[in-house]
Design a protein around this ligand. Structure first.
Ligand code: PMP
Length: 380
C-alpha cells in the first residue's frame, strides 16, 4: 500500500501500539465488568483506577477528580450543562467565545434556549471574558488550544480575571488540543473543570474525561447505576479507558521531545508556503497545527487534489464537515480566505520528508487548480 502522509492529527491520531495491545487484551482476555464482585470484576475495576491515576498524574490532579466519558464532546456537555444545572436557582449566565468547539457552542446554545443567558465574547483575552461576567454568571468556558488555528489562550489569566469579577463563577477549559502537547498543571491552573479526549493523543476513539475539581457539584446528564461517582453512569468501557490511561502516560513522558519535533515540522512547512500561502495561525500558537489559506481556490478542491496523492489534510475541523469554518469567520477573515483554508496538523509519525512532499504537492495543486480556473473563466 502507498504510504499515507497523514497531516490531520488534530482530527484524530493513530492509536499507539502499546495502547492498542492493552485494549485487545482487555477485550479478549480480561473482560470483566468493573461493578462485578468476583475477581474478574475487581481486576477490571483496578484497570479503571489505574487509568484514572495515569491521567491524574499527567494532569497533576487527584485520581478522584477524573470522570471518564465517551469523549470530549460528552465531557464538554457535562461540564456546561451539568455545571449550569447544579446551580440554576441562583446563577444563570454562561460566557464563551464564538471560537469554541461545536460541542461547547452547542451546549451553551442549548442552555441559552433553556432559561440561561448565554453571551459570546468579542475576543479571547482575559478582559474579553471578564467584561461579560457579572453577579449572575455561573460558568465561563475557554479552550486551551483552538482546534482550527492552534491559537493558545492564557487560561490561567482568563480564570483569574473571571474570579476577580465573580469568585462564584465556574471556569471550564476544553483542553483537548493541548493535553499531552502543552504543559498542564492543575495544581496551578485555577480551573474547576477541564475536558480531554483520548483519540487526539494516540489513544482510542470514544473515550474522554472530565476533570472535576473537588467540591464542584454537577448535575449528571444521564441516569442509571452509580458508575463514575454517579456523574456518568453506565458500564465503563474498560478497554478504552485503560488505553486512554496508557496513551496519556506515554504522551506525558514524551511531551517535550514531541513538542520540539512538531515545532520543526511546522516551521518547515511555514517556510515552504511563504509567498503563496497566507498563514492564519498565530506565530506563537501550538506547534501541532498550521492553518493556511490559498486564496482564489476552494479548500475542498485542494483537499481532494492532495488526497489523490495520498496526503490527508483538513478543511476546517473534522466535526463541522462541509461547513465553512465558524472559527475563521469569527476571526474576521475575508470569505476568500475562509473558503480556501486548509488545516495541517502534525505528529511524531510525520517526517521532514513528508512535509517536503506535502509542500511540493500543495504547490502543484495550487498551480494546477489556478490554471484550470483561469481557463474556465478567462479574464475579460
Ligand atoms: N474540543 C476540541 C477542541 C476538539 O478538537 C474536539 C475534537 N474535534 C472535541 C472537543 C471533541 O472531542 P471528541 O471527538 O472526543 O468528542
Amino acid at each position: 500500500m502507498e504510504r499515507i502522509i497523514y497531516l490531520d492529527n488534530a482530527a484524530t491520531t493513530r492509536c499507539g501500539e502499546e495502547a492498542a495491545a492493552l485494549i485487545m487484551r482487555l477485550l479478549r482476555e480480561e473482560y470483566g465488568n468493573p461493578s462485578s464482585l468476583y475477581g474478574m470484576g475487581l481486576a477490571a475495576e483496578k484497570e479503571v483506577h489505574r487509568a484514572a491515576e495515569r491521567l491524574a498524574s499527567a494532569l497533576r490532579c487527584r485520581e478522584d477528580e477524573i470522570v471518564f466519558t465517551s469523549g470530549a464532546t460528552e465531557a464538554n456537555n457535562l461540564a456546561l450543562i451539568g455545571g449550569a444545572r447544579a446551580r440554576q436557582k441562583r446563577l444563570t449566565g454562561i460566557v464563551a467565545s464564538p471560537l469554541e468547539h461545536a460541542s461547547v457552542l452547542g451546549a451553551a446554545g442549548w442552555l441559552g434556549e433553556n432559561g440561561f443567558a448565554w453571551r459570546q465574547t468579542e475576543g479571547t483575552a482575559p478582559q474579553d471574558y471578564a467584561a461579560l461576567v457579572d453577579e449572575k454568571t455561573t460558568l465561563v468556558s475557554c479552550m486551551l488550544v483552538n482546534n482550527e488555528t492552534g491559537a493558545v489562550s492564557d487560561v490561567a489569566a482568563i480564570a483569574e480575571a473571571v474570579r476577580q469579577k465573580n469568585p462564584q463563577t465556574l471556569v471550564h477549559c476544553d483542553a483537548v488540543q493541548g493535553f499531552g502537547k502543552l504543559p498542564i498543571d492543575l495544581r496551578r491552573l485555577p480551573v474547576d473543570l477541564l475536558s480531554v479526549s483520548a483519540h487526539k493523543i494516540y489513544g482510542p476513539k470514544g473515550v474522554g474525561a472530565l476533570f472535576v475539581r473537588r467540591g464542584v457539584r454537577l448535575t449528571p446528564l444521564l441516569y442509571g447505576g452509580g458508575q463514575q461517582k454517579g456523574l456518568r453512569p453506565g458500564t465503563e468501557s474498560v478497554p478504552l479507558i485503560a488505553g486512554f490511561g496508557l496513551a496519556a502516560e506515554i504522551a506525558a513522558a514524551r511531551r517535550e521531545e514531541r513538542f520540539t519535533y512538531a515545532a520543526a515540522l511546522r516551521a518547515r512547512l511555514c517556510e515552504a508556503v511563504q509567498g503563496w500561502g497566507t498563514v492564519n495561525s498565530p506565530e506563537n500558537g501550538s506547534p501541532f497545527i498550521l492553518n493556511v489559506s490559498f486564496e482564489g481556490l476552494r479548500s475542498e478542491t485542494l483537499l481532494h487534489f492532495l488526497e489523490a496523492k495520498g496526503i490527508c489534510v483538513s478543511s476546517g475541523s473534522a466535526c463541522s464537515k462541509g461547513k465553512g469554518s465558524h472559527v475563521l469567520s469569527a476571526m474576521g477573515l475575508s470569505p476568500s480566505r475562509v473558503d480556501s483554508a486548509l488545516r495541517l496538523s502534525f505528529s511524531h509519525e510525520v517526517t521532514p520528508e513528508d512535509i517536503d512532499t506535502a509542500a511540493a504537492a500543495l504547490r502543484e495543486g495550487v498551480d494546477t487548480l489556478a490554471r484550470a480556473r483561469r481557463s474556465a473563466h478567462p479574464a475579460g
